[in-house]
Ligand binder design. Structure first.
Ligand code: ZN
Length: 550
């Protein structure tokens, strides 16, 4: 390596290179302004500047003390290549006195069918240092063979194909890692493209980038403003929108029109006919949604459905859990309803939806670690960490299926000894009414209706036999809560589901059993938490608003 190259690389190693460029029609497009931007970046520690156009490059070389990577953008009718495309363009850039000349080194055809090897050869004869802007490993390989001094991931996503694992919004860390792994020993690899945050810049260095180029995030105010404006506009649209929220339960279905503030209107509740199969359930849901839509003054923007089981958040289908009907798992519920109604449909696990709705009710500052435990047909659980639902691949936070009795009762999930086989509203009802219908029948008359209201009244009666059943079940719930404590240590736990209407006696009983003190409260939204959460999450996904609630 020449001493010239060595000295230059030592100046940029591990540093931030700031790209100061402006399109021809942008207000910032003048050498004076771009030099001022560059000086500002250098005053904060930028180790080099990347810039475009001979006028700007000459101005930079006159006024800046750090190395300048230069390029020229020019369009030709016979090629898509526009970063320093031709030999003449490269010479023009080199003649401005820049330290490194950046060239598009993709495999695309060059203007006038010029040969990239020839361009490299000519620049090398003039002792120029050259940087290859590439978009794939194959292009990186060729650039290294040709003798480029630096290789940048600059053009990832710009040549028609995007690398696996990359997205239009994120840096192409996969390409960077592959280039470093394969070519890092022979050529200097620079990370460039879609680096928007300091954390991403650090990640690029951690993956082995020699230095990091950041442009738009620092020196393109119209890009930065647009990012803010797009989110603000989406949020304003969300704020005045409504969604249909559906809680598709094992026994009944509830749906309503829900505002962005979580207020419900046109609530409808009817039995879910799982025996007829999921297709039939979907058809009756479609009819119910149409009826709510007819009554709604503001046209809802989306439909959110809270469903039991493992919900794949990407595919938007229930993929596992207890099958409520033979065709429940894998049924294209969202597509079926979306096609019939003409609105986007988003599916969410019911406990996750309820957790989100309850979390939304909390005032700032909200807890970093929050959980909802719903005591219903089974035990549902939703966990929110740092404002985000813990979904895993759809099966995270399934507290109802942690094992509390090895080789215990067989659960609907196929395993044995799951928590929800020992505590749930359903279990409590079964055990309590077994007694009520025999020995206690006469004494407790007329409380013969087997409803949650009756159950709550029976527990409040403080009958010792009933309390012993209740306490035995809560022992298991406390066991589940302590496991949760040891894994995520929630700052706040909300107990939901119908049984939460028991209120203070329930909380006191649980608290007495806990080894670790946890802030526990009962649900504020009651039975509507699931459908409200499903609607709010649908709006959030529809308008692509992340973390507006944190
Ligand atoms: Zn289970």
């Amino acid at each position: 390596m020449s001493s010239h190259k060595q000295s230059l690389l030592s100046k940029i190693r591990g540093g931030l290179i700031v790209s100061c460029q402006a399109e021809a029609n942008e207000p910032l497009n003048s050498p004076e302004i771009l030099v001022a931007l560059a000086k500002s970046a250098i005053s904060s520690g930028a180790v080099a500047i990347r810039a475009e156009h001979p006028d700007n490059l000459m101005a930079m070389k006159q006024s800046l003390s750090v190395p300048v990577i230069g390029l020229l953008k020019r369009k030709y009718s016979d090629s898509e290549i526009y970063i320093t495309p031709t030999i003449a363009d490269a010479i023009e850039v080199l003649n401005t006195g820049v330290d490194i000349v950046a060239i598009d080194a993709t495999l695309r055809r060059r203007p006038n069918a010029e040969n990239i090897a020839h361009i490299v050869q000519l620049l090398k004869q003039r002792n120029a240092l050259i940087m290859a802007d590439i978009s794939s490993v194959a292009e990186g390989r060729r650039a290294a063979q040709l003798g480029f001094d630096l290789i940048g991931t600059t053009l990832s996503g710009y040549t028609g194909e995007i690398n696996r694992g990359a997205s239009e919004h994120l840096p192409d860390f996969e390409l960077l890692s592959q280039l470093v792994g394969e070519l890092g020993h022979q050529v200097t690899v620079i990370a460039e493209g879609r680096i928007w945050t300091p954390e991403q810049a650090v990640e690029a260095l951690r993956l082995g980038a020699f230095a990091v180029v950041v442009g738009s995030a620092i020196t393109r105010p119209h890009h930065i403003s647009r990012r803010f404006q797009e989110k603000i506009t989406a949020f304003q649209q969300l704020r005045k929108s409504t969604a249909i929220g559906v809680d598709l339960g094992g026994v009944k279905t509830a749906l309503a029109s829900v505002t962005a503030d979580g207020l419900c209107d046109h609530l409808a509740v009817f039995p879910t006919q799982w025996k007829k199969g999921t297709r039939e359930v979907a058809e009756s849901l479609i009819a119910a949604i149409k009826s709510v839509l007819k009554k709604s003054v503001d046209k809802p923007q989306a439909i959110g459905i809270a469903a039991s089981g493992r919900v794949d958040p990407k595919k938007n289908i229930v993929t596992g859990g207890v099958a409520l009907a033979n065709d429940y798992l894998g049924y294209p519920l969202s597509d079926h309803i979306s096609d019939a109604i003409g609105l986007p449909v988003y599916l969410e696990n019911d406990a996750n939806a309820a957790a989100f709705a309850e979390f939304e009710q909390l005032h700032y500052p909200r807890p970093d670690r929050f959980a909802l435990i719903s005591i219903g047909t089974g035990i549902g659980c939703g966990i929110i960490l740092n404002g985000k639902l813990l979904r895993g691949a759809g099966n995270a936070a399934e507290l109802g299926h942690i094992c509390v009795e090895k080789n215990g009762l067989k659960c609907g999930c196929g395993r044995k000894g799951c928590l929800e086989m020992y505590v749930s509203r359903k279990k409590l009802q079964e055990e309590v009414f077994k007694i009520v219908t025999s020995d206690y029948k006469q004494r407790l008359h007329p409380l013969s209706k087997e409803s949650t209201d009756t159950l709550i009244e029976l527990i409040r009666s403080e009958d010792s036999t009933i309390l012993s059943i209740f306490n035995r079940q809560l022992d298991y719930l406390a066991c589940g809560l302590e496991t949760l404590h040891h894994i995520v240590e929630p700052e706040q736990v909300v107990i939901g589901g119908e049984i939460s209407r028991l209120g203070a006696p329930l909380l006191e009983a649980i608290n007495q059993k806990l080894y670790f003190p946890v802030k526990i409260s009962t649900s504020q939204l009651g039975n509507n938490a699931g459908l409200i959460g499903a609607a709010l999450l649908a709006l959030k996904r529809h308008f692509r608003i992340d973390n507006y609630y944190t």
